[in-house]
Design a protein around this ligand. Structure first.
Ligand code: E4P
Length: 224
């Protein structure tokens, strides 16, 4: 399972890509607004920082507008993927953009039928929203699992991008059920790599090393 960062903060992306585990980025209008600055400049900068896909979402709600915006977003960098909401207009835009060879990520997917339609329309990625489903008492990871099973059974090549990830357990569960990608905020990525026993273990190793060195120094001084 690939790891994408769900952010438009350039400093976070720069820091995370240095670890060699992040292969793509997803943004949305909320994240772009939070990052501030000129959206096109921000997107171009992000696209240069990551090796893989960078999802940039359209604002238009009609198919014509989405296609127009999508073409423009895709022209900003080779690795920009157009993110389109799961609506009838979004499906039409997906179909039209895909026919032009532009990759589309269909977002705001909350049930398997939406994922199936998005795949049939030509989406390269579908984004089921795990955390937002859990928030309303539904089973976000269960949705990811079902979409993975459907795509496998139907031999659909559309990639399942688990989104709205809120904590490390979501990431592990998404990997277990076969998601192709999980996109997560920086805070979740940082939590994923930490454990208190790792920190305590390292502190202990370093303390033991220092104590041994001090002992050797003192023994050498006593011999002199
Ligand atoms: C997906 O690509 C979205 O940007 C994102 O995962 C939404 O997450 P949220 O529910 O935490 O806003």
């Amino acid at each position: 399972m690939e790891i994408f960062l769900d952010t438009a903060q350039v400093d976070e992306i720069r820091r995370a890509t240095a670890w060699g585990v992040v292969t793509g980025v997803t943004t949305n209008p909320t994240l772009m607004a939070r990052a501030g600055g000129d959206p096109e400049t921000v997107l171009k900068t992000i696209a240069q920082l990551v090796p893989g896909p960078v999802s940039a979402e359209v604002i238009a709600t009609d198919a014509e507008g989405m296609v127009r915006e999508g073409r423009h977003l895709a022209s900003l960098a080779d690795n920009i993927v157009v993110k389109v909401p799961m609506t009838p207009a979004g499906l039409e835009a997906t179909h039209r953009l895909a026919r032009e060879g532009i990759r589309v990520n269909v977002t705001l997917v909350f049930q398997p039928g939406q994922a199936l339609l998005a795949a049939r329309a030509g989406a390269t990625f579908v984004s089921p929203f795990v955390g937002r489903l859990d928030d309303v008492g539904e089973d976000g990871i269960g949705l990811v699992e079902e979409i993975v099973a459907i795509f496998r059974a139907q031999r659909l090549s559309t990639r399942v991008l688990a989104a709205s990830i809120r904590h490390p357990r979501h990431v592990i569960a998404a990997a277990r059920v076969g998601a192709d990608i999980a996109t997560m905020p920086m805070a979740v990525l940082e939590q994923l790599m930490r454990h208190p026993l790792t920190d305590a273990g390292l502190a202990r190793f370093l303390a033991d090393w220092e104590a041994a060195r001090k002992g050797e120094t003192e023994a050498a001084a006593a011999r002199r």
